[in-house]
Design a binder for this molecule. Structure first.
Ligand SMILES: Nc1ncnc2c1ncn2[C@@H]1O[C@H](COP(=O)(O)OP(=O)(O)OP(=O)(O)O)[C@@H](O)[C@H]1O
Length: 456
């Protein structure tokens, strides 16, 4: 059978009537019809399941409701259209409640109504097939080994963690600077897990105004507040059976942190303005660029929620700590971009490679991707020269490419500015700042004591 074929079983003991229905349906060459005169012969043939079954209510070996029950037990997704000689509203309602798709009464228009009903089912099936196909494609797109490039020890360790996370339902907390691939990792875990058929729902907590966030996450009932003109399903419900990814989770304010904790403990959400609790089954993943433990120490993040969310912690190293992965990524992005834009394949000159290796990439992989894509456009003769890589970092003082401070300040003032800048950038992590600037920790402590620099 071709991928557009629709298999239809007609279960009808009246030969003439079965012929009439089959004749009507086979006017569409995509409909492949098989006929059965008894319920049992149909039930015996379900090893090759049909898409649609038309079921006579009064068969010699079984009443419609009983046969429907047995069909639905075996094939819960099949669409069954029950056709009855008599109109009986109570029977019709009962059958629809049991999962029948439609109840038709035998009269001179039945064949036409059947034609339209089958047409409607086919449209829904096409959407369902398309959806399955798209999900499969997305799943392949986010397959960890294909989507996430990297061969450095840290990245190889990351692949192991992704595999482990995908095999279970454990909460995952991902930490890393902006553009290091936190969302990509979350998607790879989702699409590698048993939840891949359901939705991956991402919410960037920092991007939604505080007053709207609660209703975004938990939904609201119509009239719950000014502007709530209709009921809205929240992101937790949307992610049912799938994954909810809360990006920038440290930005949640304390009152929402309390609500989130309760939701996670109860596994139920209450829509704003609603009085019932709705159970959900969503796997949670969270991401942040800051040190959550420090947020807890400084009273900005609840300790109990921190432990709930920690689950399997995954730390994504900044790109500047991934060694030659910079080149691996750059070449991959170049190839992809040239293919997508019908450009001749580009390669990196030795100077360009050195320039990339020296740069500190404050915007990490996102910055690298944008940079090489621009370079592919600027390049002449398929070779990217160092001058095709216009490094425009907002952090010139820390660029390994030799950025200079655009001021005429004294050396001391410039040193203070650089240290302060790094303290801000590394969330006050003195060890990291010392390592990055290759100065002693004590220098930084002294500057802090003297009030020359401050913790962010
Ligand atoms: N290892 C990788 N291999 C291939 N592409 C990557 C890799 N890491 C990141 N990317 C790409 O870099 C871009 C940024 O990644 P992503 O959005 O996942 O980062 P993020 O850490 O979630 O950023 P932010 O903190 O700003 O939300 C995306 O286009 C992503 O596909």
């Amino acid at each position: 059978m071709s991928s557009t074929s629709i298999s239809i079983f007609i279960v009808e003991d009246n030969d003439w009537y079965a012929e009439l229905l089959a004749y009507k349906l086979t006017q569409n060459p995509d409909y492949v019809v098989r006929r059965f005169a008894t319920a049992q012969s149909c039930l015996d043939s379900l090893s090759e399941p049909p898409d649609i079954i038309t079921l006579d209510y009064a068969l010699p070996d079984g009443r419609g409701d009983e046969v429907l029950r047995r069909l639905k037990e075996r094939l819960p997704d099949v669409s069954v259209i029950v056709i009855s000689a008599q109109e009986d509203i109570r029977t019709a309602v009962g059958l629809l409640q049991q999962g029948a798709y439609e109840y038709l009464v035998k009269d001179e228009e039945t064949a036409d109504r059947l034609w339209f009903t089958v047409g409607n089912i086919v449209q829904k099936l096409a959407l369902r097939r398309e959806n399955t196909q798209l999900r499969k494609q997305i799943g392949q797109k986010y397959d960890a080994r294909r989507a996430i490039r990297g061969n450095s020890p840290a990245m190889r360790q990351l692949f192991t963690l992704i595999d482990k996370a995908a095999r279970t339902n454990i909460t995952v907390s991902i930490v890393g600077e902006t553009g290091t691939g936190k969302e990509l990792v979350a998607k790879a875990i989702h699409y590698g897990s048993d939840r891949r058929e359901a939705s991956f729902v991402a919410v960037n907590v920092a991007a939604i105004p505080r007053e709207l966030l609660e209703s975004e996450l938990f939904g609201h009932e119509k009239g719950a507040f000014t502007g709530a003109v209709a009921r809205r399903v929240g992101r937790f419900e949307e992610a049912h059976r799938g994954t909810l990814f809360l990006d920038e989770v440290a930005e949640l304010d304390l009152s929402l942190q309390a609500k989130l904790l309760r939701v996670l403990q109860e596994r139920e959400v209450s829509r704003v303005g609603g009085n019932g609790a709705i159970a959900f089954d969503a796997r949670l993943m969270v991401a942040t660029h800051c040190d959550l433990a420090r947020e807890v120490r400084e009273g900005r993040f609840r300790e109990d929620l921190y432990y709930r969310l920690l689950g399997l912690p995954i730390e994504l190293p900044p790109l500047r700590e991934r060694g030659d992965d910079v080149l691996l990524l750059a070449e991959g992005f170049l190839q992809e971009f040239c293919q997508q834009n019908n450009l001749v394949a580009c390669s990196l000159s030795e100077e360009a490679r050195q320039k990339l290796l020296r740069h500190s990439f404050p915007g990490n992989v996102r910055e690298l991707k944008a940079l090489v894509e621009l370079a592919a456009v600027l390049a002449e003769n398929g070779t990217i020269a160092a001058t095709d890589l216009p490094l425009r970092s907002p952090h010139p003082a820390t660029d390994r490419a030799g950025g200079v401070l655009p001021t005429n300040d004294s050396l001391r003032a410039q040193t203070t500015a650089i240290v302060q800048h790094c303290l801000n950038r590394y969330d006050g992590n003195i060890l990291q700042v010392a390592a990055q600037l290759q100065i002693g920790k004590s220098t930084i402590y002294r500057m802090l004591q003297n009030g020359e620099v401050q913790l962010p």
